[in-house]
Design a protein around this ligand. Structure first.
Ligand code: AMP
Length: 283
């Protein structure tokens, strides 16, 4: 049986009676195969699994898609039931932020080295908003394990920082990116794409794979590999690349020109105004 819980008091009561280890899968809902892979990983490790569904206003900029973000709690519940999830926690914004304006003024600030790069360059307060909401949910639920997707790689590094910074007794597990057969990473925002847009969007992963092959071949430097991928992407007028970058695995710092492994290529791009991100590891 899957319980739907909306209040902090009720979730705390249920957790007090639940078996541990307790696994938490944080989501913004509109669940897809990517989320389901996190759910399965949690179910595999934990006696009790909680999926939270919360579209966090603090992580959306003023001109972003907070209002339009797809919400379908009924369908999410159905997916959770099919996957034998014990508890779905879906609080209202006012439950998590009794004073939203005050929370907006006083978020948690992860270090600039993590937030002023990649997505943080255009999504200015995004990672402060992410860190703030995740800390709240960690404190409410006190999970033993929590599950995050590698697709949102920069977010994963921010969560790692958060857990270390506040000495939270939580083990973070990273889960590989789940893709459609075309290579397109599943994302809640894919539903904004037209069928043609989806085909074009699959080129983002092709560009990442191309960079990986070029680097692996040993002929191309990191910069040249990035350039080749940007040239490939420039053939699609629907794609506007925001960044295509190479960052090391240890702390997302820039990598040297001759790097051959232990880093990621990361991309953010808009396809007909739908912003998507993806990355590939160079092992
Ligand atoms: P979101 O609902 O977009 O905030 O995502 C919730 C969690 O699902 C995050 O940890 C994401 O990294 C993860 N996630 C989203 N898409 C995928 C995917 N295609 N494969 C694996 N994990 C994903």
């Amino acid at each position: 049986m899957t319980l739907l819980i909306k209040s902090i008091k009720d979730i705390k009561d249920v957790i007090a009676k639940s078996e541990r280890p307790l696994g938490l899968v944080p989501t913004m809902g509109s669940l897809h195969e990517g989320h389901i892979s996190l759910i399965k990983a949690a179910k595999n490790d934990c006696k009790t699994t909680i999926v939270y569904v919360f579209v966090n206003p603090l992580q959306f900029g003023p001109n972003e898609d907070f209002d339009q973000y797809p919400r379908d709690l009924e369908k999410d519940l159905e997916i959770c039931k099919q996957n034998n999830i014990d508890i779905v926690f879906a609080p209202e914004v006012s439950e998590i932020y009794p004073n939203l304006e005050d929370s907006k003024k006083n978020p948690i600030h992860p270090p600039k080295e993590l937030t002023d790069i990649l997505c943080g360059k255009t999504r200015i307060d995004h990672f402060s908003g992410v860190a703030t909401v995740i800390k709240k949910f960690f404190e409410i639920i006190e999970p033993d394990f929590t599950y995050f997707g590698e697709k949102d790689l920069q977010q994963f590094y921010v969560i790692k920082w958060l857990v270390e910074k506040f000495n939270l007794p939580i083990k973070i597990k990273s889960c590989p990116t789940i893709r459609e057969s075309t290579g397109l990473a599943y994302s809640s925002r894919n539903r904004y794409l037209t069928p043609e847009g989806k085909i074009v969007a699959a080129s983002l992963y092709k560009a990442l794979k191309l960079a990986k092959e070029n680097t692996r071949s040993g002929i191309f430097s990191v910069n040249k590999s990035v350039l080749e991928s940007l040239i490939f992407l420039s053939h699609f007028q629907e794609i506007k690349v925001e960044y295509f970058d190479a960052r090391n695995k240890a702390n997302l710092e820039k990598v040297s020109e001759d790097a051959k492994h232990n880093f990621y290529y990361l991309i953010a791009a808009k396809i007909n105004n739908v912003r998507l991100i993806d990355n590939i590891e160079i092992t």
